[in-house]
Design a binder for this molecule. Sequence first.
Ligand SMILES: *[C@@H]1O[C@H](CO)[C@@H](O)[C@H](O)[C@H]1NC(C)=O
Ligand SMILES: *[C@@H]1O[C@H](CO)[C@@H](O)[C@H](O)[C@H]1NC(C)=O
Ligand SMILES: *[C@@H]1O[C@H](CO)[C@@H](O)[C@H](O)[C@H]1NC(C)=O
Length: 491
Amino acid sequence: MLFAVFALMAGQALSARSNLKARRTIEQAFASSSDLTYKLTEIDPPVVGTGTPSGGSTWNLAIDDTPSGYKQVIDGFGGTVTDATVAVINELPPHKRSQLLRELLTKEGANFKLLRFSIGASDLSTPPAYDPEEPPAYTYDDNNGEDDPELKGFRLRDRGEALAKLLKEMKDIQPEAILLGSPWSAPGWMKLNKALIGLAEDNSLDPKYNTSYAQYFVKSIEAFKDRGVDVDFFTLQNEPLNSQGDGHITMYQSADQAAHLIRDYVGPALQEVGIDTEIWAYDHNTDNPSYAETVVDIAGQYVSAVAWHCYAPNLDWTVLTEFKKRNPTRGQYMTECWTSHLTPWYQSSSNTIGPLQNWAQGTMMRTLGTWPIGSNDTYGPYIPHGCGTCRGLFVADAGTATYEYTVDYYMLAQYSRYIPKGAIILDGTGSYSYEGYQGIQSVASINPDSSLTVVIENTFANDVNVTVDLKSGDRWCGNVPPQSVVTWLLP
Ligand SMILES: *[C@@H]1O[C@H](CO)[C@@H](O)[C@H](O)[C@H]1NC(C)=O
Ligand SMILES: *[C@@H]1O[C@H](CO)[C@@H](O)[C@H](O)[C@H]1NC(C)=O
Ligand SMILES: *[C@@H]1O[C@H](CO)[C@@H](O)[C@H](O)[C@H]1NC(C)=O
């Protein structure tokens, strides 16, 4: 009887979701929990119908899996391959190192496909291996602080070379990986205050170096290409409105300045040499969407998407939906969100599910890797005054030749492993959080094989029986353990 009902309902779903390829035939569920009792662990799958909800808490979600519910197409998920990431990966013994890379980049593990990297140093950079006394902050043309308008001193240098080599290896392991580059600053001599780090005052590009800076991007992209690494996208400046002094590596860039630099210098310079790397605008918090609007309005012909970070006070991802209404053709991505022992267990999940519900095509966390295992409050390596509390999705320790995944890794992998590139996010209702972020959030996709993925985040301290109604006709019901993220794979 149950089978008959199932077959009938499945039949309806089949006709609604035609175009079948190697479609999955069974339902499955995988969970990761805040205490890591579950780590991408297979749990009881949902059942067709209302299940047997014996009172207690239940929750209803609805998903429009018909074409009227189709939203954005997914590119993937991942994090930044910081210099810290490169350093800790390269310190591992070869077999551990290749195991880690395979797990990060393939379905054996997290299946990460969006990789960001810093063009020059970020605050998670290291001194060069050959001289730990050298300053950790660098660009590809520091030229001992001397002006170098023709970029004769341009070189990737040791850390850029190590990064390019690792990115090449990562692309070989995961050919679908997409690379996004972002500078934390122009070379010091190009700035009004002549300082790469440390000074907030006059901490912006000297307009007389507009052309040189455009060439800096051309040369950076070409240098990576020469090493077998195609850079798909870049942003003009990481956090352009962040101009902290006190040792930070930052550069201030107003929306107008960024827009004109792209339209009049960087865009044309790329075009002239036939580089098809696309520019993403902004790369900063959601509380200043007018920045992104300005860049898109003025330099739209060179800008394919907008990059958002997660650090706005009163963080509100619906800003992306509002942006989409005004700019329907632009892509959007969440390009940076920190993870730490100071952030809640659902940090990487909630900062993925929120953007996905609001048109983002992918999300990236702050840093893929840091050292060391066992330390609570200091990760790294990082440059002085940089983020010492930013913890990687994995933490590695050269001393013991081991690595471990943090809770943030498992929570992100609940999405990255099961929402493939090319999946289409579906419209849905029923997500709700009370004050303090207690509640149920969900997002669903229809995948290239026309199966469905439903991710449900439960931040309650109790389990919840969730019912999901599909517009095509099916109803599924399953249990979501306390403080966990569960992924359902539905035929
Ligand atoms: C969920 O459903 C199962 C199966 O009927 C039941 O044992 C459990 O108590 C329910 N949980 C809640 C929180 O209602
Ligand atoms: C450099 O570009 C800025 C916009 O970013 C513009 O205001 C300025 O006039 C340009 N300067 C020169 C010398 O071309
Ligand atoms: C790590 O942090 C936890 C919770 O704050 C604390 O109980 C523990 O003692 C800390 N461990 C170390 C090694 O500092």
